[in-house]
Design a protein around this ligand. Structure first.
Ligand code: FDP
Length: 329
């Protein structure tokens, strides 16, 4: 039976078409996003060959977060830094793996953007071949590096993630909705698979590390007691241990992901600038929301580049309920 050839909209084509709708745009953001697509292919190549080429396991180093560094963390970090070194569109890279930002431009004052990344998110999944991701946030350079970085997430010009799972996906937003691309390994290109993803107002998934229940603060326990105790409980629990994978599921099926504060860890675990802020932007652009419990994530002004924050993200109704539990206390 003859088949109709599929019309492939590659990431490159999509970005150029979108840019054409903005004649005032210089094309530099398009180039940054395109380079992120290149990094995604490089990291996905590492993942596919990791077990065969001895890329699993630790390097022996400990990063700025006090976490043991895995070989793939280091390779992922270098892939991002190398992709932007001296291509004169990005001034600096901030990464979970590096204590200080790295300047990647010969003349920083000319560049328009800084890129913030968690190169491999969910790295405890690496050695057992489960899904991991990369998260990125793009900000404008505004006179000084400190000023550019220590601004609320609402100033991000773009954000997104790459998910290395049963397929490799690149999901991004430049503030005009959320778009998702799947890597077609045969042609080596990201191809559009969902344009303008919308998250349902109320969802089906709760995603959190319930093993921490006894350490949670009262509002968090109250919220999860309420949603799991409902007689008409329609939720399913999904928790993969990789933020990108858990958020991605919620993007499509609705619900809530939370990594809240604990009695002894009031700042939570996840990092504001390169984990929570970009994923909150994705959620908001899809019609959802991101909160610390007490305030909108992307209204928080960071005090340091590796700052942690309690985080909940997902459908609007679940996030409203979550915030209500905090207001009651
Ligand atoms: P990981 O420590 O494996 O890098 O970014 C931190 C993160 O993973 C998230 O991806 C994930 O949601 C969370 O931490 C998992 O933490 P727990 O193992 O404490 O649940």
């Amino acid at each position: 039976m003859p088949t109709t050839p599929k019309k492939y909209t590659t990431l490159g084509r999509y970005l150029v078409q979108r840019q054409q709708g903005h004649p005032e745009a210089s094309g530099e953001l398009t180039r940054v996003l395109y380079q992120i697509g290149v990094v995604a292919k490089i990291i996905s190549g590492y993942m596919r060959r990791a077990a065969i080429e001895g890329l699993l396991g630790y390097t022996g180093e400990v990063n700025v977060q006090g976490e043991e560094v895995k070989k793939l963390d280091e390779l992922g970090n270098s892939a991002f830094v190398d992709a932007f070194e001296y291509v004169d569109i990005v001034g600096a890279i901030v990464s979970e793996e590096m204590e200080q930002p790295v300047i990647v431009s010969s003349d920083f004052s000319r560049e328009k953007y800084v890129v913030l990344v968690d190169p491999i998110d969910g790295s405890s999944n690496l050695d057992v071949d489960c899904t991991v991701g990369s998260i990125f946030s793009i900000r404008s350079y505004s006179g000084s590096l400190e000023k550019s970085l220590l601004q609320a997430g609402s100033t991000q010009v773009a954000a997104g993630y790459i998910m290395y799972g049963s397929s490799v996906l690149l999901v991004y937003s430049v503030g005009d909705g959320v778009h998702s691309f799947v890597l077609d390994e045969q042609i080596g290109e990201f191809v559009l698979d969902h344009d303008d993803i919308r998250m349902s107002d109320q969802g089906k998934i709760i995603s959190t590390n319930f093993a921490n229940y006894s350490k949670w603060t009262p509002p968090v326990r109250e919220f999860f007691d309420a949603v799991t105790g409902e007689l008409q409980n329609h939720y399913s629990l999904r928790y993969s241990g990789a933020l990108v994978a858990d958020l991605h599921q919620i993007l499509h099926r609705g619900g809530i992901y939370a990594y809240p504060e604990e009695d002894k860890k009031p700042q939570g675990k996840l990092r504001l600038l390169y984990e929570c802020a970009p994923l909150a932007m994705i959620a908001e652009q899809a019609g959802g929301a991101g909160t610390s419990g007490k305030m909108r994530i992307n209204d928080i002004r960071p005090e340091g580049i590796h700052q942690r924050v309690p985080f909940a993200v997902g459908s609007r109704q679940e996030i409203q309920k979550y915030e209500t539990a905090y207001r009651r206390r």
